[in-house]
Write a protein that binds this ligand. Structure first.
Ligand SMILES: NC(=O)c1ccc[n+]([C@@H]2O[C@H](COP(=O)([O-])OP(=O)(O)OC[C@H]3O[C@@H](n4cnc5c(N)ncnc54)[C@H](O)[C@@H]3O)[C@@H](O)[C@H]2O)c1
Length: 352
């Protein structure tokens, strides 16, 4: 196993990066890669050649061909879950040393475990593209928690209010596949807060969930709650409803609002990305992070994640959300659906 430093990866001070997938979300990846230093984009592959071509990079429609011709150090997988395992397996076989894979990672916990094991045995790094923890407001909130600005944290709430889920045309203009997904709210979107709560508070010891389908035009659930219990008494509530909105010029900046409450103060995240602290007993708030005109998606979190990986690889810094650690997110997601099905709290998250 290598330790992930540039020397061990056999790369110089520039990473050769190739991307698989050129659909809706890939636009944010290509834009971000182009703004990151110490990177050379060497190819784009999509089964639809016109999409790969439209990226302006050397275009491929076959992954094996791209890996052979472009010889990337890093493969960025931006295709849906059914493509993940075979792409990872092929990339490892063809000598790629680092893979970034979009969430949801593979089609099941079992498949994700298999991919993780394959990579570990080959000394290949897989980082899951779980970008929400890289949103600047969550970095600010975590710093505030580390500085004990809230005293003892007692509870956390995130209200997801995307406002894009009403009526028969819901999601069709941006992500039409949402309508057909048997599991939508948690598997597609709520999963970001499974990870973000872990990033901010740590590993939960139990979950409870209550999920609903409100829009009859779609297959999966589009509203619901999950609650995480922590051993120190903290509770974290995710309260999601895709039919409702929140006060924001763009409901997709933060996708909702957060409240973190402790014995000495309260933090609020607004829909413009700003974070404020109110001390216990005060009416006034202090601004900890001002809203900005961030480029890219969600406070430029795609670029933040990509830069984190590049710096980690080239400067030998530790990486967040490597595949082994991300298995926990998938296990917790399974527990959420199990809790909803059984109507009871789930305490066992099997992710070994
Ligand atoms: N992290 C986030 O914030 C975020 C946001 C949106 C989507 N996503 C994830 O990104 C992934 C892609 O989502 P999207 O919205 O871009 O989907 P999309 O359907 O718009 O694009 C997928 C692309 O992959 C291509 N493709 C599919 N199978 C392929 C194969 N075997 N070989 C080559 N190309 C193939 C398709 O032609 C298409 O261009 C999904 O896993 C989704 O969950 C993540």
């Amino acid at each position: 196993m290598n330790d992930g430093s540039a020397k061990d990866l056999g790369v110089s001070d520039t990473l050769r990066v190739a991307c698989l997938g050129a659909g809706y979300f890939a636009q944010f990846h290509y834009d971000a890669w182009r703004r990151v230093e110490r990177v050379r984009l060497v190819g784009s592959c999509d089964q639809d050649p016109s999409k790969a071509k439209a990226t302006g990079l050397t275009a491929f429609s076959d992954l094996e061909c791209m890996l052979k011709m472009a010889k990337p150090d890093l493969l960025d997988i931006i295709t849906p879950p059914p493509t993940h395992f075979s792409a990872i397996e092929l990339a490892i076989r063809k000598g790629v040393k680092t893979i970034i894979c979009q969430k949801p990672f593979c089609t099941s916990l079992e498949e994700a475990r298999k991919a993780t094991k394959l990579a570990e045995e080959a000394g290949v790094i897989i980082v899951i593209h779980e970008n929400f923890r890289f949103q600047p407001w969550y970095r600010t909130i975590r710093q505030a928690l580390e500085r004990q600005l809230l005293g003892d944290l007692l509870q956390v709430t995130f209200r997801l209010r995307t406002g894009d889920g009403q009526g028969p045309k819901a999601y069709l203009d941006r992500q039409p596949y949402f309508q057909e997904m048997p599991r939508l709210l948690i598997h597609e979107t709520g999963v970001h807060w499974i990870d973000t709560f872990r990033y901010l508070i740590g590993e939960p010891e139990a979950v409870y969930a209550d999920l609903r389908r409100l829009n009859p035009a779609i297959k999966g659930e589009d509203a619901g709650y999950f609650i995480f219990d922590y051993s120190n008494g903290v509770r974290a509530l995710f309260d999601g409803n895709r039919l409702l909105d929140h006060a924001a010029e763009n409901c997709r900046t933060t996708l909702g609002e957060a409240l973190l409450e402790g014995t000495r103060g309260t933090l609020t995240l607004k829909g413009d990305g700003s974070v404020r602290l109110r001390h216990f007993g005060d009416k006034d708030e202090t601004l900890l992070l001002a809203a900005q005109d961030w480029p890219g998606f969600g406070g430029d979190c795609v670029k933040n994640l990509i830069s984190h990986v590049v710096d980690g690889l080239l400067d030998g810094k530790p990486l967040e959300n490597e595949a082994r650690s991300y298995l926990k997110v998938i296990a917790i997601e399974q527990a959420i659906y199990e809790s909803d099905r059984k109507g009871q709290k789930i305490r066992e998250f099997d992710c070994a």
